[in-house]
Write a protein that binds this ligand. Sequence first.
Ligand code: FAD
Length: 373
Amino acid sequence: MRVLVSGASLAGPTLAYWLTRRGHDVTIVERAARPREGGSPIDVRGAAVDVADRMGLLPAISAARVRTEAIEYVDGRGRRKASIHPEAYAEPGGRDIEVERGALVNLLYDATKNDTEYRFEESIATLAQDAGGVDVTFVRGGPERFDLVVGADGTHSIVRRLVFGEESRFLRHLGLYVSIVSVDPALGTENRGVMYNSPGRLAGVYRYRGKADAVFMFRSPELSYDHHDLHQQKKLLSDVYSGEGWQVPALLDAVAAADDLYFDAVNQVHMSTWSRGRVTLVGDAGYCASPLSGMGTTLAMVGAAALAEALESGEDALARYEQAHRPLVTKAQASVSRGAGMLVPATSGAIWRRDQFTKLLPMLLAGRRLVGR
Ligand SMILES: Cc1cc2nc3c(=O)[nH]c(=O)nc-3n(C[C@H](O)[C@H](O)[C@H](O)COP(=O)(O)OP(=O)(O)OC[C@H]3O[C@@H](n4cnc5c(N)ncnc54)[C@H](O)[C@@H]3O)c2cc1C
């Protein structure tokens, strides 16, 4: 088959890896000029660890591992109020890996670039399918025909919009916005996330492997802005956080100077089907669970492998892909309900309760373990 994939992040290259192994001819178009490395560390969990293992990437992923020793909540003067030590609660013998997002993006690109045709600064303009194939026009290149088109182009997928309709029909806003930007490592403490809250807002610095990211998360109903307008996103952030204490002014200076920024609503994508004819979706494009789930990378990698496997067996391949992968998606999407309350409490009272709960957590967990025995 000639397969066109839109998006060269995590889902797209994972799919390309498995399809080219099976002899298919894969082209990936990516709107950016190169694979986008930004973002904070992400989790590779459960079945995604097995997918990475089968791709031979586990040693390299493990080498780029990030270990979060503590998440600390501080007040406006930077004094520590409560802290969590995630490794203390990790499942004994668990294989989940927290890894630099950029390192994973680059590993997947390197593992596929020799067998996959990558076209950067390119995007699909139109799609028209008939029983025998899909005719595609591009923003830059000339028209071509493919046997299958896959949208691996994230929550604002162009493939989804062209084939299934406006994104407002599928995006479920969870009442928050998130932004991540690289900052001077001197602003952070190695292997720690330091978080400051005011009602409805979180600002933090997460430092790992000698680098640091500022993280902003704030409660807001849906905002109207241009997803491609960096200047507008910077202005939104500086308006929301103006006058805040702690290190926020220094973090906003980094925002002002940044030439790339991850800024998006915290959304989920809900669709009754991910496929129509010879077009299908994989990863956030079809079933984003939101950063609050910690499952975006896992759903993308496992979904890509499931799609490639289903395509092996011909008839009803896309229906079988959905059948195999939907239970994991449903579970991940249902898991986010408590995340926002812990990270971005809405009121001063809720911040205080979150801090008290965090202080009591080790005791609560130890008690539960005792009872469990
Ligand atoms: C720069 C960046 C930073 C991120 N940071 C975080 C983070 O800190 N924490 C977190 O939980 N998640 C983050 N994410 C999201 C995370 O990568 C995904 O949730 C998850 O890994 C699923 O990956 P995906 O491949 O399905 O989608 P995504 O990772 O969203 O990738 C979609 C890709 O498609 C490309 N694309 C979009 N539109 C088009 C188009 N019209 N034509 C061609 N290409 C297009 C994008 O440039 C991108 O490379 C980030 C995503 C990006 C792109």
